[in-house]
Write a protein of this length. Structure first.
Length: 220
C-alpha cells in the first residue's frame, strides 16, 4: 500500500470525468435518493454502480442476487448489464425504499428483470435455499445491515454457484474498522466478516480500497 495514490477531490473528479457513464435516469435516481434522510450516505457511489454493472457483464451471469435494495440504484445498474433473459432478485426489509426505485426501473425498461422480495433478508435467503436455489446465482451483492453481514455471507456462499462472485460493500465502514473505540454492532459485524473471509479457504478474495471498501469473493 506504500505506493497507493492519494485520491483527493480533484483526482476523483478527473476519474469521474473520464470514466463514469451515468445516464439521466440514473442521475435523477441518485439525486432523488440524496434528498432522503441519510440518503447520500446509504446509496452506492455512481462509480460503484458502474463497477457492479461491469462485473455482471464481464462474468456473463444471468442470475443476480442483491441483499439490500434501498432505492435501487445498484439494482438498476446490474439489471441493465444482464442479458434479456437475465433476472435479478433484490431483498429489502421495507417496501418504502424500493418503491422509489421502481419508477426509475420502469422508465429504463428493466422492471421485468427485477424481482423484489420484502422481509427479513436472512429469512428470504433461507427460503430460497429451502426452495432448491442453492448454487443458483452467478453474483451476489451484499449491502444491507452490517450487524448481520456474517450471516448473509454464509447464506450467500450457499446460493452462489462455484466460480461465482460475492461482492460485499462497506468493508472499510467509514474507517471504523480500525477505530478501537468503535464497538457498535454494525462495526463489529463488518470486522467479523472481514476476518472470516480472510481465513475462509472456500474462497478467493480481493479487498479494494474503493468507495467505502469493496470485497470481492470468488467461491472456489
Amino acid at each position: 500500500m506504500a505506493n497507493q495514490i492519494a485520491a483527493g477531490p480533484d483526482l476523483l473528479a478527473y476519474v469521474r470525468e473520464f470514466s463514469l457513464r451515468e445516464d439521466e435516469i440514473l442521475r435523477e435516481l441518485r439525486r432523488t435518493t440524496a434528498e432522503l434522510p441519510a440518503g447520500e450516505a446509504m446509496q452506492v457511489m455512481a462509480e460503484e454502480g458502474q463497477f457492479l454493472a461491469f462485473l455482471v457483464a464481464a462474468t456473463g451471469v444471468t442470475n443476480v442476487l442483491e441483499i439490500g435494495t434501498f432505492t435501487g440504484y445498484s439494482t438498476l445498474c446490474m439489471a441493465r448489464a444482464l442479458p434479456p433473459h437475465g433476472r435479478l432478485v433484490t431483498c429489502d426489509i421495507s417496501e418504502r425504499w424500493p418503491e422509489i426505485g421502481a419508477a426509475y426501473w420502469r422508465r429504463a425498461g428493466m422492471s421485468g428483470r427485477i424481482d423484489v422480495r420484502i422481509g427479513d433478508a436472512a429469512k428470504t435467503l433461507e427460503d430460497m435455499l429451502a426452495d432448491g436455489l442453492s448454487g443458483r446465482f452467478g453474483l451476489v451483492f451484499i449491502d444491507a445491515d452490517k450487524a448481520n453481514y456474517p450471516r448473509y455471507y454464509e447464506l450467500a456462499l450457499r446460493l452462489v454457484r462455484p466460480g461465482g462472485l460475492v461482492v460485499v460493500d462497506n468493508t472499510l465502514f467509514f474507517g471504523r474498522v480500525i477505530d478501537p473505540l468503535a464497538v457498535d454492532a454494525d462495526t463489529a459485524g463488518v470486522r467479523e466478516l472481514n476476518a472470516r473471509i480472510r481465513d475462509d479457504r472456500r474462497v478467493d478474495l480481493c479487498m479494494l480500497p474503493m468507495a467505502d471498501g469493496i470485497t470481492l469473493v470468488r467461491r472456489r
